[in-house]
Write a protein that binds this ligand. Structure first.
Ligand code: GAL
Length: 919
């Protein structure tokens, strides 16, 4: 199908209101059935396969083995329980290839029934000690999920830094006892895994159940045939996380939430609702809902499907009175099949969903009830929003009629010191800080996000580019997703879209990032077409996009996707004389050429900038250009492996924020940008590969704002009065030396004063985004900027020379949190002088002690070169700051007291109250 531009698309969304974190769990409670039970707690974990195994498990002969390398075996697309002895296998163990037991898990996402998989006879458990019922796991580590086994370290210094220098690679085993009461006999019992990294295999009571390879996918296995009701059940999950499988830190383990779902045999299918709002006016919105009802029983079922629509408040709480209802639909469903009920309703005077600050993310929920023989057997909540989106190839995106430029960021999934282990509060904090900057869109680079991230985006009003893959058939790293692509891309795509298509935040389906198929001409385009067809089949209401750093207007790939996504090509790549002769990509600015070739297609910059900096590090001299690649002595210091925070330096193929702003402003048909990247992430520490984490974030790994934050804020929030001076003004070693001063402001001019003396008033010219005084000679004292807008005083900022480090200031981001074992307080520790001024170069080692019902989960300082373990209870300050992450003990409300000490400075303390409920 072709995607029509300039058509008005109204979308809405469904998916269960998540129940993972009470902070956000104010959604509608469902009627008696189904039960969705968190089973995150009380798991046992160990790393590595048993040393005395009788067999060696391998997902697929294409997949490299971790410990015993399987080299000389032909790829076997139809492997059954093949036991192969491989001469390259150091231990000479027989190999059990388990792919055929895993593939059937994805059957419901394979459209052509002829292509679905049949579970082989037999079982994969013989000789697999850890999967056996009764296995004694008491010596294994006790853990709660979400769990990332790699974040505990230790850091490694061998090999490349791309994957974060943490031990992600290897096998991990998880075991848990499940008590399934006798009363559950006759129910369907499912295991829902929001994400496990990677190549999961699930056993229940010694029987292999299924699994899923892609570590970012959410998936379900049906435990029903293997459950023993009325007794203990043993659930076992094995993961196999390959080395060289990613360009960034993937994390390792069951790193998202896991649920036990119990339903009646007749129930709403997995992600079984699809809600759209095809017509929206101020007076009324049409709500269309398709409900897939599964009949997993042995008899045909006569059911009635009814749906009522309620408002959701800002906290996700359902209103008391139904605002509309969909007329009941009767279905006759044959045994072991499903059927779809379709219906519609009208919501009068709809409150629309849209991004702040000009709009509100209002939401509704459709509560669907399934009745069989007059008895309610299932109830399913579908939260959604009502909105219109117009994609105009000349003017950009219009949400509910309002022009909304996309001020977006691309971000990876890790949560810094917490690793990949998902935590709703940590993700919410990331989004809050981004929203404060004026960011209104996120791109889930380069994979499906945690479901709770979308719930947060829905609730907070972010637009989301929901991305699927970083590669297709052509690899970027030896063991990445290309190994699974042919077998799994359809299942992965359909699963992601069915899970996410009811989220009002989801705006684009990104089918891939910088894929190698950009280089394969018509073959690559044909594959892209297949992927677009899948996306349109699951959801015809949203456009497809792919992020292209190479494909040009006259190549086949861009013609296939609905929206043109450009990585760096809009500004031009290595488009300066210093790159002449390189064999890397060189591209002149491409916006006009794409616009001319595709006058009806929206153009978006899916990635911009890749600008680098280390928070609080200022290196001299400062380039006079508005954008420069990092080189030793030009923005980069090869001795300390830090990049200057003058915010002018970028990766060779990238640009400073200033250059990107100018290029977008010169091409107003471009709908906006997704900056690489919002938050620093683990891995990919270009330009200093020996480091642990990136330099590209606008916000550092600990969540502290780099100066760049204020540059984006000044441009993205023009009505918010602000001014920001850089650098800090504590340079005892620079007295008498030229020390450039730059000011970011949402005003249009500013006057700079040093110790009360004016250094001149400067005005931004067209396509200028910072005011710079490049000849300031440093002398200690106070620097003050007074910004003006339209001639009127608008905002001020001041920095002062600080004295010696003398005190520690502790500031929790929230001083009251839930005592639920999940909620977090992020405490910023600032080293100050005796007057309370930040000591901007302080690197004191700070030690932490905690008392009361809580624990220190992690510490960090945002320094990409720091190899102190994240779990350490002491941490060097990096340029005056460090971070402590505190969690309250579940079920034990009280006062947590955190004490920070450092040699030669006054102790600092903070109190955090924990409560069973915050409402
Ligand atoms: C881009 C890529 C991102 C990240 C970035 C780093 O080309 O799409 O994933 O690698 O470069 O600069």
């Amino acid at each position: 199908m072709r995607f029509k531009l300039k058509s008005i698309l109204s979308l809405a969304v469904a998916g269960c209101v998540f129940t993972g974190n009470p902070t956000l769990n104010a959604g509608p409670a469902s009627a008696a059935p189904p039960e969705r039970i968190s089973i995150d707690d009380d798991w046992r974990f160990t790393k590595g396969d048993p040393t005395n195994s009788a067999v060696s498990l391998l997902y697929d002969v294409r997949q490299p083995k971790q410990i015993r390398r399987l080299a000389a075996v032909e790829a076997d697309g139809n492997a059954s329980l093949a036991s192969m002895t491989n001469s390259a296998d150091a231990t000479n163990l027989p190999v059990s290839v388990i792919k055929q037991w895993i593939l059937p898990t994805g059957n419901e996402f394979i459209k052509d029934p002829a292509k679905r998989f049949v579970r082989p006879e037999g079982n994969v458990a013989d000789g697999v000690a850890f999967a056996q019922p009764g296995f004694d796991d008491t010596s294994w580590q006790e853990i709660n999920l979400p769990h990332d086994w790699a974040i505990a370290g230790p850091f490694t210094h061998s090999g490349g830094g791309g994957m974060g220098r943490l031990p992600t690679a290897g096998i991990g085993w998880y075991r848990k006892k499940l008590d399934i009461p006798a009363g559950d006999a006759g129910k369907c019992i499912f295991l829902d895994v929001d994400g496990a990294m990677s190549y999961s295999t699930v056993w229940l009571n010694g029987q292999v159940v299924g699994g899923w390879p892609y570590g970012y996918a959410s998936w379900r296995v049906d435990l029903t045939p293997f459950v023993k009701c009325g007794g203990p059940n043993e659930l076992v999950i094995r993961l196999d996380n390959p080395p060289n499988s990613s360009r960034w830190y993937p994390g390792a383990g069951i790193y998202r939430n896991v649920w036990l779902v119990k339903t009646s045999p007749v129930h709403v299918g997995h992600w079984g609702t699809y809600l759209t709002t095809p017509e929206v006016s101020p007076a009324a919105a049409t709500v269309n809902l398709k409900v897939t009802v599964d009949n997993d029983s042995k008899q045909s079922a006569a059911v009635a499907v009814t749906t009522e629509i309620f408002a959701l408040d800002a906290d996700g709480r359902k209103g008391g009175t139904a605002l509309a209802s969909i007329a009941p639909v009767d279905l006759q469903i044959a045994a072991s099949t499903n059927a779809v009920a379709e219906g519609g309703a009208t919501v009068a005077n709809p409150k629309l969903w849209g991004p702040p600050p000009t709009q509100k993310p209002n939401r509704y929920v459709a509560v669907t009830t399934i009745s069989q023989d007059g008895k309610v057997v299932d109830s399913y909540a579908t939260p959604f929003g009502i909105r219109t989106i117009k994609f105009d190839s000349n003017e950009g995106c219009f949400i509910n009629g309002e022009h909304v430029p996309l001020h977006g960021v691309s971000d990876h999934h890790d949560l810094g010191a917490l690793g990949a282990a998902f935590n709703t509060r940590a993700a919410q904090r990331q989004l809050e800080i981004l929203q404060d900057m004026g960011c209104n869109a996120i791109r889930t680079s380069h994979n499906p996000p945690a479901p709770e991230l979308l719930e947060l985006a829905d609730r907070m009003g972010f637009l989301v580019m929901d991305e699927m893959f970083d590669c297709w058939q052509r690899s970027k790293t030896p063991n990445d997703f290309h190994l699974s692509f042919d077998d799994w891309h359809e299942q992965d795509m359909r699963a992601q879209i069915r899970r996410d298509r009811n989220s009002p935040s989801v705006t684009f389906w990104s089918i891939g990032n910088e894929v190698g198929e950009q280089y394969t001409g018509t073959n690559g385009a044909a594959l892209a077409q297949q992927l677009c067809d899948i996306a349109h089949d699951e959801d015809p209401t949203r456009p497809t996009i792919t992020a292209m750093n190479w494909a040009k207007p006259d190549m086949p790939l861009p013609a296939v996707v609905d929206v043109i996504g450009l990585n760096y090509q809009g500004e031009g790549i290595r488009d300066t004389p210093e790159f002449a002769g390189t064999d890397r990509i060189r591209t002149s600015p491409q916006y006009p050429a794409f616009h001319a070739k595709f006058p009806d297609k929206l153009i978006l910059s899916t990635e911009t900038a890749s600008a680098f900096s280390s928070r609080g590090v200022y290196l001299f001299p400062v380039t006079k250009d508005i954008s420069s690649p990092v080189r030793d002595g030009r923005g980069g210091d090869p001795k300390i492996h830090e990049v200057s925070a003058y915010e002018l330096y970028a990766v060779d193929f990238g640009s400073s924020a200033d250059k990107v702003f100018a290029s977008l402003e010169r091409h107003p048909f471009v709908a906006g940008e997704f900056v690489w990247c919002g938050w620093d992430y683990l891995g990919e520490p270009t330009p200093y590969d020996s480091s642990r984490s990136s330099y590209a974030g606008i916000i550092d790994l600990a969540g502290f704002k780099k100066d760049r934050f204020y540059l984006y804020q000044s441009h993205w929030r023009p009505d918010f009065p602000m001014a920001h001076i850089l650098p800090h003004w504590t340079w005892p070693d620079r007295i008498g030396q030229v020390t450039p001063v730059h000011v970011f402001t949402s005003g249009d001019e500013a006057e700079l004063f040093l110790n009360g003396k004016s250094l001149g008033r400067k005005k931004k010219d067209a396509y200028e985004y910072r005011l710079r005084w490049d000849d300031v000679v440093y002398q200690p004292g106070a620097l003050k900027a007074v910004a003006y807008k339209n001639g009127k005083r608008w905002a001020t900022d001041e920095v002062e020379t600080a004295g010696e480090a003398a005190k520690l200031k502790l500031e929790p981001d929230r001083d009251t949190i839930r005592a639920d074992g999940k909620d977090l307080s992020f405490v910023t520790v600032t080293v100050t002088d005796k007057n309370g001024l930040t000591a901007p170069r302080a690197d004191n080692r700070v030690r932490f002690a905690i008392s009361g019902p809580g624990e220190i989960v992690a510490t960090d300082n945002g320094d990409p070169t720091s190899f102190e373990p994240f779990q350490s209870h002491d941490r060097k300050a990096f340029n005056g700051l460090c971070l402590v992450i505190i969690r309250g003990t579940a079920g034990q409300p009280g006062i947590i007291k955190l004490t920070a000490t450092a040699d030669g400075v006054r102790v600092g303390t903070a109190s955090i109250k924990t409560m069973l409920s915050l409402n």
